[in-house]
Design a protein around this ligand. Structure first.
Ligand code: CA
Length: 711
């Protein structure tokens, strides 16, 4: 077996010595250094075109699937929606056991970015999973029966867990998310893998004195928060995705998210120079005690939701002619960072996507120089968006090419302060006016599509971390594509938003294999070998923050949101069941009796409160209901659903603290208008729609340019 933990050479040697043995994928990122690289090369550049589906497992879900499976001792362990765990025979796909932690569906209201889970950790006969409602559960790896369970978050605050735990030296490490809501303070906790007893906890931002860990580091951090009210409320800085480990240095590395709220002017009373440590930072702590070792803040005083939670990769790189232990991150802020992982010393950074928030990065300190004020009352269109130049979708590193394969995105976002922001604990609370993204009511849906298509882009970037530049780039149809896998077969695998699973030549980016699917992929692939056969596995299930807020997948016809685990091998002959698209007929809405003012108010309210899940401009990009398709029977119950929480157990939050009956009626008036517009658009003659779409594509760049000038 090859536990890829230390260096590629050691792993290659192990593989050669044990050629006949199975090759595991023992943790979500295949080892402490989190390269997401495999030494396997049975599937390679010469034969990948013969790769075919060998088996699949239907999760029975229609929401996002983000897990990377783990393969240990012939069993594939993975997770689905609502933190469900599956154990399958890695050769045949036979389900050995499944475990449903019965997450209360109301926990979905606190999940900013879908009811997803990014996988398990496996060690010492146990499988560890973090649940959406904040528990860490140890299961018997053979039976799936719970061994212990611990509540890792306060249940009266809007915390969630979507990350995969990591096991390091007998400890299970888990963080949590929630910094888009008011009342969350980020931390990472280590639990004993045997009994779930807490070993240590590291808070990323200062807070009430009585639960301060690392008092010196947090006292220093407190000086960078001019207005302590926000740290008393929560402060953000959540550790929601990545953890890496260097066993030689005994340092654990992780990232922290945005300070809460996003709007830095609210947070800091207008102070321009407050950093709000240790939010938006890469951090290192001593593994045995959880004591602070070092930090590097990627976005001081973040104003844009530039979490530093993108996956961290540990490599030894030749810097100025000598090898240096470094840590790599393609940050949400659009810059690729190389730091010395011994002490956090900044080595280099460069932009891997278009960005306009920073004028540059100080080459000595790594501190960004801002390109003017982040935003003012008029708002500012900024790149990257809160979705990030690179988000949680994992990048991979190949020691064969020395390149890092980054699923990158170019999405602009209008950052505009919310006029009257008052944080409500447990409620969405960024301090930014999400309604600023709304299209004017009455805009032709085809024009809206053309504007979005023109504004956003996705790409796979092969980044040279030494030269800090792209070796090659492949343009994708949309942003929000899957994570990547690199292999010794000279391949890079990636699933895409528009429904494909692809393999590229790792050295050149040449497309070598293109497997078409009816659903999008956001998860990262993995690979393993059993009895001399190499398999490649990936979870298929479109979702996550970009999808929920509308994405572009809404425009992909015949979309089937059913989720699957897909497993491939050379010569595989299996086929998925035929697509089952969601119903595409829009019920006839009642006649609109609202005034244009009421519809405009409804537009603002919808896009402020509903769009993060149901999709901007009432176009759902996921299986969460598209409210233009609202049956009239449900329409009559809107008050009960929105104000009284009638569908809380289906995951629909109640908004009684934010909205009243008059405002719900305004949202309904807007939805009726949108349903009418969409019906009209769908019933127009095809030739006329084509002519209009062609014309809109021509004028979209100019309209987007004019809009950018206004902001
Ligand atoms: Ca965030």
């Amino acid at each position: 077996m090859c536990y890829f933990r230390y260096a590629a050479s050691l792993c290659l040697l192990t593989a050669a010595l044990a050629a006949a043995a199975d090759t595991a994928w023992p943790s979500v990122a295949n080892g402490f250094f989190e390269h997401r690289y495999s030494v396997l090369d049975q599937i390679n550049t010469g034969n990948v075109d013969r790769l075919g589906l060998v088996w699949y497992f239907a999760t029975g879900s229609r929401r996002g699937l983000e897990a990377t499976p783990v393969m240990v001792d012939g069993t594939l362990y993975t997770t689905g929606t609502w933190s469900r765990v599956y154990a399958l025979d890695a050769r045949t796909g036979r389900l050995k056991w499944s475990y449903d932690p019965q997450v209360p569906r109301r926990a979905g209201a606190w999940a900013c970015c879908d009811v997803v889970n990014r996988g398990v950790a496996v060690d010492a006969g146990k499988v560890f999973v973090g649940t959406l409602d904040g528990r860490l559960i140890a299961l018997d790896a053979a039976t799936g029966k719970p061994v212990w369970s611990v509540q890792t978050t306060p249940t009266d605050r809007p915390y969630t867990i979507t990350m995969a735990p990591r096991v390091i030296d007998g400890m299970v490490l888990i963080g949590n998310g929630g910094a888009e809501y008011a009342g969350v303070r980020g931390y990472l906790t280590a639990y004993d893998e045997n009994d779930g007893c807490q070993r240590w906890r590291f808070y990323t931002v200062p807070g009430p004195a009585d639960d301060a860990s690392n008092p010196q580091a947090l006292a220093r951090a407190a000086k960078t928060w001019p207005d302590a009210r926000w740290t008393q409320l929560g402060g953000g800085g959540t550790v929601w995705n990545t953890i890496a480990y260097d066993p030689r240095l005994k340092l654990i590395y992780f990232g922290s998210g945005n300070a809460s709220p996003w709007n830095r002017y609210l947070r800091n009373g207008g102070a321009e120079d407050s950093d709000d440590l240790f939010s938006a930072s890469i951090l290192a702590v001593h593994a045995d005690t959880g004591r602070y070792a070092w930090h590097f803040q990627t976005t001081p005083g973040d104003a844009w939701d530039y979490d530093a939670d993108g996956n961290l990769v540990l490599v030894d790189l030749p810097i100025d002619g000598r090898p240096r232990p470094v840590i790599l991150q393609a940050n949400k802020n659009g810059f690729f960072y190389v730091l010395d992982r011994r002490d956090g010393t900044f080595i280099s950074a460069n932009a891997f996507v278009a960005q306009n928030w920073a004028a540059g990065i100080d080459p000595k300190t790594g501190r960004p120089q801002l390109a003017g004020r982040p935003y003012d009352d008029g708002g500012r269109i900024t790149r990257p968006a809160p979705y990030g130049g690179h988000n949680w979708q994992d990048m991979s590193y190949s020691p064969d090419t020395g390149l890092v394969y980054v699923p990158a995105a170019d999405v602009p976002f209008l950052y505009q302060p919310e006029p009257r922001f008052a944080p409500l604990i447990g409620a969405w609370g960024t301090g930014l006016d999400l309604a600023a993204q709304a299209a004017p009511p009455g805009m032709d849906p085809l024009l809206l599509k053309a504007l979005v298509d023109n504004a956003v882009a996705g790409k796979l970037v092969a980044w040279d971390p030494v030269r800090q530049r792209a070796a090659w780039t492949v343009k994708q149809a949309m942003p929000w594509n899957g994570g990547t896998l690199a292999t010794h077969g000279g391949l890079v695998f990636e699933g895409t938003a528009d429904g494909a699973f692809r393999a590229y030549d790792a050295g050149t980016g040449k497309l070598l294999w293109d497997y078409k699917l009816a659903n999008g992929i956001i998860a990262s692939p993995m690979t393993y070998e059993i009895e001399g056969t190499q398999y490649v596995a990936v979870m298929m299930g479109w979702g996550g923050s970009f999808a929920l807020s509308g994405g572009q997948a809404a425009y992909v016809p015949g979309r089937d949101y059913r989720g699957y685990l897909l497993v491939f091998k050379l010569g595989g002959q299996a086929t998925l069941p035929p697509p089952q698209p969601l119903d595409s007929g829009i019920p006839q809405p009642p006649p609109s009796t609202a005034t244009p003012l009421q519809i405009a108010a409804g537009n603002r309210l919808y896009n402020q409160y509903c769009a993060v899940c149901h999709g901007a401009n009432a176009i759902s990009g996921s299986a969460i209901p598209d409210l233009r398709y609202l049956p009239n029977a449900v329409r009559g119950a809107l008050d009960r659903i929105v104000l009284e929480g009638a569908l809380q157990n289906a995951g629909m939050p109640e908004f009684s603290r934010q909205l009243d009956a008059r405002q719900v009626a305004e949202i309904d008036a807007y939805l009726i208008k949108r349903a009418q517009e969409t019906r009209a658009s769908l019933t127009q003659p095809g030739w006329w729609a084509s002519v209009k779409a062609f014309f809109y594509r021509l004028i979209a760049p100019a309209l987007n340019w004019i809009n950018a000038l206004r902001h």
